[in-house]
Every structure is written in C-alpha cells, then in structure tokens.
Design a protein around this ligand. Sequence first.
Ligand SMILES: NC(=O)c1ccc[n+]([C@@H]2O[C@H](COP(=O)([O-])OP(=O)(O)OC[C@H]3O[C@@H](n4cnc5c(N)ncnc54)[C@H](OP(=O)(O)O)[C@@H]3O)[C@@H](O)[C@H]2O)c1
Ligand SMILES: *[C@@H]1O[C@H](CO)[C@@H](O)[C@H](O)[C@H]1NC(C)=O
Length: 268
Amino acid sequence: MAHPNRLQDARVLIFGGTSGIGFAVASLCLSQGSTVIISGSNQPKADKKASELRSIYPNIPKEKVSGYGLDLADSANIETRLTELFEKITNGGKDKIDHVAYTAGDIGNIPTVPQVTAENAMVSFEVRYIAVLLVAKLLSTGKYMPQSPTSSLTLTGGVNTKKPMPGWTLMAARGGTADGMSKGLAVDLAPIRVNYVEPGAIHTELVQKLEDAHPGVIEKFKGATLTRTVGEPSDCAEAYAWFMRDRFANGTVAATNGGQLLANSGFN
Ligand SMILES: NC(=O)c1ccc[n+]([C@@H]2O[C@H](COP(=O)([O-])OP(=O)(O)OC[C@H]3O[C@@H](n4cnc5c(N)ncnc54)[C@H](OP(=O)(O)O)[C@@H]3O)[C@@H](O)[C@H]2O)c1
Ligand SMILES: *[C@@H]1O[C@H](CO)[C@@H](O)[C@H](O)[C@H]1NC(C)=O
C-alpha cells in the first residue's frame, strides 16, 4: 500500500502559530496540504503572519491559512474567548479541527527562587496551564474535534524540566505541567490522542530575544549539546507532525534537544 499523506486536508489549529516553533509547525502542515489556523496574542500580528505563510506557498489557496488573535493570559475571559474561537473556526462545529498544537508561551520575567513572591510565582501559568486545560475542556465536548484516534492534541514542555539551567526552577515547573497534563489528558480525552514535545534550545524569536539580552547565550546552548548546535524551528516542527500522523502515539513525549541530556558528562 502506498504510504498515505495523513496531513493532506487535515485541519490544524496552532496556539502560538504566529512565531517560532508554532509558525514552523504551520509551515510544515501547509507544505503537506493541511488547512492551518494560527493563533497568537493579537489580531494584527496573526494576520501578518498568515500573509507571510501564504507568500511562502503562493500556489496554495488563500483560505487554507487564517490568523486568529486571542490573549491566552486573559484568564477572566479566556473560556468565553476560546469558545468563540472554536465556534468561528469550525463554523459552529461543522468543520471540525483534526489536530491542535499548543506552543504558546512566553518567558517574560520569570523570577528566580530568591525573587519569588506569592504574587509572581504564578506568572505565565495562565498561558501554559489554565488556557491549556480550557482548550482540553472544549475538545472533550466532541463538538469541535472528531472523537477518534485520528485526532490529536500536542502540548509543549522543555528539556529544562529534565536538566534545569541555574535560576530556571520556575520554568522547570512550567514545563512539568505539560508532562503531567498530557498524560492525564491522554486518559481523559481518549480516543483523542494527547502527547507533548520537549524541545531543547531552538533558534526562534524567543531564543533570539534571550541572545540579545545576554549575548553569547546561543553559543552556550550549542556547547550544552552533543550536536554542538541549536535546533531549527523546522527540526522541532517534525516532532509535532509525528504526533499528528502516528495514530498509535499517545500519552508520550518527543524530545528534540541535540542530545543535551547526555552532554557534559565530564567526558565530552
Ligand atoms: N525556543 C526554545 O528554545 C524552546 C525550548 C524549550 C521550550 N520552548 C517552549 O516552546 C514554546 C514556543 O517557543 P518559541 O521559541 O517558539 O517562542 P516564540 O517564538 O516567542 O513564540 C511564542 C508564541 O506564543 C504566543 N504567545 C505568547 N504569549 C501569548 C498569550 N498571552 N496569548 C496568546 N499567545 C501567546 C506568541 O504569540 P504572539 O507573538 O502573536 O504574541 C507566539 O506565537 C514556548 O512555550 C517555549 O517556552 C522553547
Ligand atoms: C491513550 O492512552 C491512554 C492512557 O493509556 C488511554 O486511556 C487512551 O485510551 C489512549 N487513547 C487511544 C486513542 O488509544
């Protein structure tokens, strides 16, 4: 049997699709014939990035790409706004979404342990925890995603959870939510499959911002791997595509980190 292109005509929603890893996931899916909806924190950038994707694939019908602005940190209104998003992009549940990739997240000012207060400890948990659970709640209704192992939800953690950088305890905790939630949701959303991707340092806008603030950090990231490189967003996108295509991949993790967990053992 000829191998099928399982992303052909799939409908894929990417939270965080306006930048970095999520944008690369959108580009990969488009290259395989999917329809993609990219979502970011605001509409102007979502529209701009949707146009950018159309210009990368000029022969693809325009309606295969759309952008949707929604601030996932707006916890007071998030359930209503997410419901509006799913109603709109599925045409009231008629055109269901096959795959959701969730790469949204910022670093912002993550406090170090000596800086933690009861107020700042929850910074960025809105986007990385609360909003993720509400997306899962909407998927559990069956209205917006086929209840089938062909459907998937993929979350994003980070290798920092397994091998934390100094000062990044709170980021390690945020990555840990993806590990726990993906396994819990694999059970609770079944037969929809739920997994997570655990990237190492990927050269995205986010990492470029870190480099601009702390010149030399990319070289340090390279030195922390066996490949002596940072990953490209297009590398990392392959991990999300695995989870969309492989109907037997469920409740697990895809790590893409240049061998970081094995590096700097003292012998290499
Ligand atoms: N790059 C790495 O080395 C690396 C390593 C491990 C883990 N990760 C994780 O992977 C994820 C993606 O990282 P990236 O490097 O691709 O980052 P990025 O280029 O900065 O992209 C982040 C995305 O998240 C969206 N986002 C942020 N805050 C949002 C909010 N309040 N509401 C809605 N959308 C929001 C952004 O949308 P707008 O730009 O439109 O606001 C953007 O699309 C993050 O969770 C990051 O922690 C990255
Ligand atoms: C995914 O794995 C969970 C946990 O083992 C299981 O409960 C669920 O039925 C699985 N989903 C599919 C589609 O097999």
